[in-house]
Design a protein around this ligand. Structure first.
Ligand code: PGA
Length: 235
């Protein structure tokens, strides 16, 4: 299983340190073999060896240059960052990133050999139009994306389920993941209102290889509990 914690614009550097201490000791104390990835804010990056992967939530697809307010490859290299989230719904729908810009980021960071957690997902109006419309919408989010990239992790996150407490039914999640499985061999994560109460059953679904957790990952104890649920599934 792969479990990701996406902090978004939450947690200070100090809070992230305390969080990492809890998660890292949990991972070693329980000999966790699942892949754990934490995406803290840029300000909390530190260059220290860890037993979990640290990724960034975004970056600009250049080595360096005149891009005010952005962070590029050179700055990530300083912290030994090799993992990035691309195409998150908040970048698409709140910050206005186009598929073209997203595909350019994907190409650039794939060329650099990054692990890419690539997010797709439909708004509610599309979901209400049925499965065909849903898959067509997701197909548009694959334009310019190499689905055979070896370090790709694909996250299905319905826009209407993110931060809302709403989730598709288990059957609905499984149906989308089964359709995605026909398109790529990449691990498939589900994201959108995953929490301690539903993580275990979601991870147990067919073609679900892990979860991408926002709000509920902000509690280190809750995130560790989800990691424990993943470990239990293996037994
Ligand atoms: P959520 O966010 O868990 O708060 O719904 C998920 C995400 O945005 O990745």
């Amino acid at each position: 299983m792969i479990l990701c914690a996406n902090f978004k614009a939450n947690k200070t550097r100090q809070e992230t340190r305390a969080y990492m201490a809890v998660v890292e000791s949990f991972v070693s104390a329980n000999a966790i073999e699942d892949t754990i990835i934490v995406f803290p804010p840029f300000t909390a990056l530190e260059h220290i060896p860890r037993n979990v992967l640290i990724g960034v939530q975004n970056a600009y697809p250049v080595s360096n240059g005149a891009f005010t307010g952005e962070i590029a490859l050179e700055q990530l290299e300083e912290f030994d960052i090799k993992t990035i989230l691309i195409g998150h719904s908040e970048r698409r729908h709140v910050l206005g990133e186009t598929q073209e810009q997203i595909a350019e980021k994907f190409r650039f960071f794939a060329e650099q050999g990054f692990v890419i957690v690539y997010c797709v997902g439909e708004p509610l109006t599309i979901r209400e139009q049925g499965n065909e419309a849903l898959m067509r919408y997701i197909d548009d989010q694959f334009v310019g994306i190499d689905l055979s990239y070896p370090d790709l992790i694909l996250a299905y996150e319905p826009v209407w389920a993110i931060g809302t407490g709403l989730t598709p039914s288990n059957d609905e999640i499984e149906a989308v993941h089964t359709a995605l499985r026909l398109k790529t061999t990449a691990p498939l994560l589900y994201g959108g209102s995953v929490k301690v109460d539903n993580a275990g059953e979601i991870m147990a679904l067919g073609n679900v290889d892990g979860v991408l957790v926002g709000s509920a990952s902000l509690s280190a104890n809750d995130f560790c509990e989800m990691i424990a649920q993943a470990a239990e599934l293996k037994q």
